[in-house]
Design a binder for this molecule. Sequence first.
Ligand code: SF4
Length: 207
Amino acid sequence: MRKIEKVKIILVFLHERYKERHGTQSPFRVLVSTVLSQRTRDEITDIATERLFSLYDTPQKLVDASLWEIEDRIKPVGFYHTKAKRLKEISLILIQRYNGNVPEDIDELLSLPGVGRKTANCVLVYGFGIPALAVDTHVHRISNRVGLVDTRNPHDTEVELSKIVPIREFGFLNTSMVRFGKEICKPLYHLCKTCGIKNICDREIGH
Ligand code: SF4
């Protein structure tokens, strides 16, 4: 089966299973929460973001806060000491270069300390509503398992997926695959018997 046909079937399946579309939040909040999410479970990230933003919801407030205060708010996210420092550095750059705003450009986002492609794409799609393919560990793993791509790293997956996924589906693909990856196509225990796309999955049909 051609990849373009396979991706259509997968998108229909994901739309049926995960009907709601993603909304947008403030770009600064998306940026901060995605930095916090690195190597951290979503539930912990959400709590830490909420605690942090209840006191420090602007770049200026984060710059003015002490490292200790930020760490205290974001614990127990992984690498909280490093992330607290990063958030202060990022906030200072946003103030100095962008008048306290988050830039709407992928190259400028990538120039911020600790911001990789996944984070930058998340800011574009969930902060600004700009189509961008955020490829995290779930999207990378599932895309390879089903046979949409044959890649070794998330960046290559992003490149290959962007050739076959319609632009209007970029944001939805990320949110729905993340949920699918937590519920069915899990990292270790993928529940293939109950999976709705097992008939077209390379992993299951042994390609
Ligand atoms: S059949 Fe198995 S490996 Fe393939 S997408 Fe479904 S759960 Fe993942």
